[in-house]
Design a protein around this ligand. Structure first.
Ligand code: FES
Length: 152
């Protein structure tokens, strides 16, 4: 049976009822209409569903919505401030860090989390730190360039 929960997403509180087995990904997409977060594998292998939970990157397909109460969830929809793109979004645009774009929200959310983690400064560090985000188009060189630029 569904249980009442409260989720804080992009600074807004949402009260909803979900079955305990519903993933955070499905709650975001199907209950809150936040379809920027993508479902690729639904198995924790592709990174398309990456969001930030309390500023740390999380595969939203691997966690349950009921477990995320009281935490601050940020999705791709919450990154820009008004008309101003987040610097990581702007860098992806500038460097063409995508082709089809399906993996891009997850890539960008993961990249924002990555820049807050204690990685080194080399491209190899970026590649290793971003290895959980798969791009079927193979836009990796431009994705690395965007992240290198955005994190300074
Ligand atoms: Fe979550 Fe692929 S949809 S990792």
């Amino acid at each position: 049976p569904a249980v009442p929960i409260k989720l804080s997403v992009n600074g807004k509180e949402h009260a909803l009822e979900v079955e305990p087995r519903v993933t955070l990904l499905d709650a975001l997409r199907e209950r809150l209409g936040l379809t920027g977060t993508k479902k690729g594998c639904d198995l924790g292998q592709c990174g398309a569903c990456t969001v930030l939970v309390d500023e740390r990157r999380v595969n939203s397909c691997l966690t349950l919505a009921v477990m995320q109460q009281g935490k601050r969830i940020t999705t791709i929809e919450g990154l820009a401030k008004g008309d101003a793109l987040h610097p990581m979004q702007a860098a992806f645009v500038e460097h063409d860090g995508f082709q089809c774009g399906y993996c891009t929200p997850g890539q960008i959310m993961s990249a924002v989390g990555f820049t807050r983690e204690p990685w080194g400064k080399t491209d190899a560090d970026i590649r290793e730190g971003m290895c959980g985000n798969i791009c079927r188009c193979g836009a990796y060189p431009n994705i690395v360039a965007a992240i290198r630029d955005a994190r300074g």
